[in-house]
Design a protein around this ligand. Structure first.
Ligand code: GAP
Length: 570
């Protein structure tokens, strides 16, 4: 995540204006997302999809499958001037442990963790200040005791009396181990020296709170506070992220296996099988969707960081000389794709990784990032597009001792044949790989957050403006009243729409409650169109078509409803 700690002393509401609490409540109320094992109190980092959520995610997965594998990049030509070619694959969650040895996950897939000696809480060392700003109640309380910086200065004012009062009352409950709570006078006098003593380089609020949290900047450097209780955290230690289990009767080291932390490696290990069993030629891609597992230390922000999640990954293999052109191609396409299914361009950014962020084998990586309500005004990663060079194939070739290079007869220097013709000599090379790796749970969450709209001018103000391609309910058919021949017409139309569009989602029908309440239920569930059968339908064979986003209504011919919906769903 690239959300930056805010230096604003009074936390302001997110600029998206959308409340995560309200979004989560809607997800539960309308059956999009439930906490896993809900009736047992839930299990941290695991989420289930309800009827509407399961269909939404299926639509997202299928949109990805269609636009990345079946008709890659919407049929566009690649940098080589030819149609892009991709094939699918479905691989196991559990692979041979050597796969993870070769990929580097066994040795390196770990997060630096710090344990709090005060309350035993673990925090990711590299995310501490994000966690403090976003979730720590004591951090935000302390910040509120600062006044904004006087005009023309950068240093915020501090009211010692108020801080002392806070330390003796609220602070004791929120963060008993924080230095200013344990020893307020000493800490405040240090703070005064710190602020007054360095007028040329005044500390900002974050820096002051950092110091406050641990008494002073001393010989050991900055010491970071526990977001829960304020005690100084211990030194970082590696925490392995792969879930382990055993395959076989005995739970011994020999039988130890791992739940995959990414779907990508299943693709690399089958590169040769795919080349040998199909007629694909480099450049081409292999796509794979499925569950991945990471024992995340701090699962948070709803489904954003979960321990079980679904990925949709493409590994695109190409000649090293063409790899930068393919990297740019996929990077730009992925950005356009997320926009095509409804994410507004102003909430999306493409962030190129700085040199020091890149893996040692990568010459380029960027993230498509979305402005989630919980990251705003910053952004959170939705998808990574990485130029992985030949790292993975080379690693698997070394560890498996199976040759994974590729021979391209159409490349290489031109050689003269006996008959005088010139033909390429062919070239053997290790393909480079471009990897667009998307998260379907983050995608679903971004689409829900984007669609969630509150319009106080509507009788039921909560609306989920999902793109018709993704919406889990494609249409609703309502008889205005449950009599006078209207239900029969509604039934017939429902059947017709179901046959045509039922593969992509529900076609709802409902005769209960007022028509306004039925519309409101559909608005909340993200259904783009409602068709109402009323008295006029029986006379002139027209229906009311209501648009979710505008609430506008128009009359259309009953026998044109299916055609109308087909055009709208695309
Ligand atoms: N093979 C490359 C790879 O796995 P990644 O950036 O670690 O790269 C790709 O993961 C995508 O998977 C991320 O952009 C994100 O959307 C999703 N993802 C990763 N960890 C996740 C988690 N703990 N919870 C939900 N989604 C996650």
């Amino acid at each position: 995540m690239s959300s930056q700690p805010s230096t604003n002393p009074t936390p302001s509401p997110p600029p998206t204006g959308k409340s995560m609490d309200a979004i989560m409540a809607l997800c539960k109320r309308r059956g999009f997302i439930f906490q896993a094992s809900d009736i047992y109190g839930g299990i941290n980092g695991f989420w289930d999809y309800g009827p509407l959520g399961a269909q939404l995610k299926k639509n997202l997965r299928e949109a990805w499958w269609q636009d990345m594998i079946m008709n890659p990049a919407w049929g566009r030509k690649g940098p080589n001037g030819e149609r892009v070619r991709c094939v699918p694959l479905e691989t196991c969650i559990i692979q041979h442990p050597k796969v993870w040895e070769a990929s580097g996950h066994l040795a390196g897939f770990a997060d630096p963790m710090r344990k709090c000696p005060g309350c035993g809480h673990f925090v990711r060392a590299d995310q501490l200040w994000d966690v403090l700003v976003v979730t720590s109640e004591w951090f935000n309380s302390v910040i509120q005791e600062f006044h904004p910086a006087p005009e023309g200065t950068q240093t915020p004012g501090v009211d010692s009396e108020r801080l002392l009062k806070w330390a003796r009352t609220k602070g004791k409950k929120l963060a008993p181990n924080l230095a200013i709570v344990r020893n307020p006078e000493v800490t405040l006098s240090w703070l005064a020296t710190r602020i007054n003593g360095q007028p040329s380089a005044p500390p900002d609020v974050i820096e002051i709170v950092r110091h406050l949290a641990t008494e002073q900047l001393n010989a050991t450097g900055l010491q970071d506070p526990c977001p829960r209780c304020g005690a100084v955290l211990g030194t970082p230690a590696a925490f392995k992220l792969m879930f382990e289990t055993f395959a076989g009767l005995t739970q011994t080291e020999d039988n130890k296996v791992y739940l995959r932390p990414e779907t990508a490696q299943g693709i690399f290990v089958h590169f040769k099988n795919v080349v040998d069993s199909t007629r694909v030629k480099v450049p081409f891609g292999i796509g794979n969707t499925g569950r991945s597992f990471r024992n995340e230390i701090t699962p948070r922000n709803f489904t954003f960081r979960s321990r079980e999640f679904e990925q949709a990954e493409l590994e695109f293999f190409c000649h090293p000389d063409d790899s930068m052109a393919w990297y740019t191609f996929w990077r730009d396409f992925r950005m356009a794709w997320w926009q095509s299914i409804g994410l507004a361009s102003e909430n999306l950014i493409l962030r190129e990784h700085a040199k020091d962020e890149l893996s040692h084998y990568s010459v380029g990586t960027c993230d498509v990032e979305y402005r989630f309500p919980f990251t705003a005004p910053g952004f959170g990663e939705l998808e990574g597009i990485a130029h992985r060079g030949s790292y993975d194939l080379t690693q698997h070739q070394t560890h498996s001792k199976v040759k994974l290079d590729y021979f391209d007869p159409a490349r290489g220097a031109m050689v003269k044949q006996k008959d005088g013709r010139e033909i390429p000599a062919g070239e053997r090379f290790m393909p480079h790989c471009i990897e667009p790796a998307a998260g379907l749970d983050r995608g679903a969450l971004a689409l829900i957050c984007e669609g969630y709209t509150v319009d106080p001018s509507r009788p039921s103000p909560e609306i989920l403006k999902l793109h018709p391609r993704i919406a889990p309910i494609k249409a609703a058919v309502f008889p205005l009243v449950d009599k006078d021949g209207m239900p029969e017409v509604a039934d017939k139309l429902t059947d017709e729409l179901f046959k045509k569009f039922g593969h992509g989602g529900f076609i709802e029908t409902d005769a209960k409650q007022s028509i306004g309440k039925r519309y409101a239920r559909m608005d909340e569930a993200g259904c783009p169109f409602c068709f109402t059968i009323d008295g006029d339908t029986l006379k002139d064979q027209t229906v009311t078509c209501r648009d979710r986003d505008t609430g506008a209504q128009q009359r259309i011919a009953l026998d044109k409803v299916s055609e109308f919906l087909g055009e709208k769903l695309g």
